[in-house]
Ligand binder design. Sequence first.
Ligand SMILES: O=C(O)c1cccc(C(=O)CC[C@H]2O[C@@H](n3cnc4c(=O)[nH]cnc43)[C@H](O)[C@@H]2O)c1
Length: 239
Amino acid sequence: MAHRILIVTAVAAEADSVSAGLGSPEPRPLPGGLVLRRHGHVDVLVGGVGPAAVAAATGTALACEALAGSGYGLVVSAGIAGGFQPAAPVGSVVVSSAIVAADLGAETPDGYLAVEDLGFGRSVHLVPEELTGRITAALDAGAPPHALAPVLTVSTVTGTARRAAELAERHPAAAAEAMEGFGVAEAAAAHGVPVVEIRAVSNAVGPRDRAAWRIGEALGALRHTFELLSRTVFVEAHA
Ligand SMILES: O=C(O)c1cccc(C(=O)CC[C@H]2O[C@@H](n3cnc4c(=O)[nH]cnc43)[C@H](O)[C@@H]2O)c1
């Protein structure tokens, strides 16, 4: 049985960019004041900023579709992000090889311990290589410059060079940081649905410089990326 695709963003501007290539949506109200934008077999949901809000929203959408329909075959966390330099320059796109909660653990006098080290759970969701392979192959056909790398989820936007260096040392392969991916991934995992995060870079991870943010450019790259994916990887529902 083919299943629907759920794309979750933090804010409406990101959802607008993701939806641009999907045609006119049918609004589908959900409990909790949420409204799905239904574009055929692809649903787009504005889930809120941060891991907690977006996990609640994603879980609601997954549960409703599991009870009322055929369920989702794929969940995508999408939006803008900070890029670790030089791996992910502003305007580029990062496809997650892994979705990592970078501040889910404990600070100790000897450094940070991830939640796994504390014996309480997981801070990493690996993305199936078959899925990332199809996505990156589609993006190779004309999307903005893109990279396949771990994407970090934080609850606080990095604002200093020290914090950026600390994260880069702990996660040397990471190319981007955002605030929702791990929340979306936890909800998807609870429902046994594969998840991937796709981010367009709006700013460099490091010292806070709002003037340097290029949100419009990143939203344009997000739109270009999802227009391409809507004609390829997302053209049909996922088994
Ligand atoms: O520092 C500021 O004043 C500031 C200015 C514009 C936007 C913000 C945000 O907090 C945006 C968070 C929102 O966008 C994603 N995002 C974009 N860049 C980053 C980043 O460098 N680190 C973490 N999240 C980022 C995030 O997913 C949120 O949805 C702040």
